[in-house]
Design a protein around this ligand. Sequence first.
Ligand code: GLC
Length: 669
Amino acid sequence: MIQRFVIGKPFPTESVVLDLPAETGPVPYLTPDGDGWQYVMQEKDIVYGLGEMPRGLNKRGWHYETNNTDESEHGENRLSYYAAHNFLLISPADGSGCIGIFVDFPGKVSYDIGYTRHDTLRFATAEPNYALCLITAPAAAEVAKEFRQLIGPSYIPPKWAFGLAQSRFGYKTEADIREVAAQYKANGLPLDMICLDIDYMQSYADFTIDKARFPDLGKLAAGLKAEGIRLVPIIDAGIRCDDNDPVCREGLEKGYFCTKEDGTPFVAAVWPGKAYFTDFLRPDARAWFGRQYKVLTDLGIEGFWNDMNEPALFYSPERLKAFFEKAAALSRKDNLDQNDFFGLVRSVMGLMNAPEDYRSFYHDTAAGRVRHDRVHNLYGGCMTRAAGEAFQTLRPGQRTLLYCRSSSIGAHRWGGIWLGDNHSSWSQLLANIQMMPAVQMCGFLYSGADLCGFSEDTTPDLALRWLEFGLFTPLMRNHADAESREQEFYRFTDVLPAIRNMLDLRYALLPYLYSEFMKAALEDAPYFRPLAFDYPADPDAREVDDQLLLGEGLMVAPVHTQNAHGRTVYLPEGMKMLRLRSVSDYDEEVLPAGRHYLPCELGEVLLFIRPGHTVPVAQPAANTALLDDTALTFWRFAPDGRPAPYRMYADDGVTTDHNRPEHWRIVGQ
Ligand code: GLC
């Protein structure tokens, strides 16, 4: 059951698709608490949710803030990342029924989930104008499903977007791109996408191409596509301030950019230096920005990533000037004390993403002129929507790949997400595992983290272990910062055979992974989920937060610690374990329910088949186009001897005509 309560006069976020009447009675389960609400938790209640956020599957014991931030320091003590996923799912241990809470509010929401008081969950919005949706159902899985129905169907990418993507900030020329493609091929590693970071642009300006470094992008795209590889360029939120740039000029002339209080365009610096920010909350400005992608779709580009759309702000000219004045004053002192010195350091760091800047510009929406900070969390998602809406016209009937950095619930209908600038560290691999079910609960099915880690230097074992999990995530992209060690998979010569086997395993499993993704997208089924969703009465399953159920028939238990030769795995029921070194080289063993220490060397993956299930397996291929999903073998676990056929989804993978009954086949009978 879903109930919607309206508090004050909410801004129309367009996050939900069900048109529910506002309830008039009191809000059940929650007690008003100052400017927010509270819920008293029993000792073993679990609180899932919040999507892209730090910490484990169970959010208890910390405080959070949905305040979309370009956060480069990922770690358990952060309060917010790039996304506002204001959904909580409370699963009481006594089986008394689960509660979903969606706070439909475009500004900052703060959550204290047992941080101040161990037994108290409290949340509050920055202002008293919002809608509160409460979902109640006997089981967590049902709450999650009803929530997905409330927020509407998830974005579906083309099938090739389930292949491997290789990316790096710093592929500067066409030759760099060709080298990546050639190395993948020479090393016998599959590849479907190479992402173009801002290096392909002229002076980092959106919708431009640096002709000196990429003389014929269309030809490059066509040539690579003939080899099964798509080019996926980046688009940033800010439009470079440049009177000679036609996009910038038109945006200014037509007034599509966000403005300051005095009506002049707001300016802040990002990658290209000073930039304007399209008012994505306005349909006409969205349509204008969306049309600009045409310069790239006309060259045969079929996919994009949208970045910096919190929006990230490096500095505003006003605050930079104030900082220089402060620094100049201090420079006249010949001995800075620690207050002066650290004050200066804080001031320079404080230039980035400054709350004052977010309070200094406005959007002209159908609901009136509104100061940015009050609707901040909608901005990134509205950029996603600008692109998604445009692709319907630019590429009618075709699926266009789109994944973005900043998001809020609602944007999941237009694109996927990646989990931002993580680090090459083992704790970030665990964070990737734990965030996946949480973001998917919020509709962001097409999602994944930068494999091997974005910043800092990865190691061959981290790269391989990360791939051993990443091979199950819908978006499987290796991406790195310009400063970090080169980490294309072919660089790790020491472990190359194992890397090849793991990539092959991904492609071999695509009939299953793609079918499960389509079930999730078309039927609001779960893809990744915590064990307790399917085994709610099992107290041990409720404690597990580094194993995930994957689709109908599989469970994964990735190794996420360095130098480990295995790990402890909890089985809520008897399952068949496959210890896979490759798609054709594995041990199998039927294990009883309970806790097991299972050896798992570097280059091995533990995969568990649930009783009664069949998994279709294809032959590995060099790219998704070459994958033959008619020549399948099957991995099964049928303890009671009954055949367990599999409902598989197979279509052309590129058109938007997804919902045809003939796309479903029963295989493995
Ligand atoms: C941001 C993105 C990152 C990208 C970089 C340069 O930090 O999150 O993925 O490589 O900008 O465009």
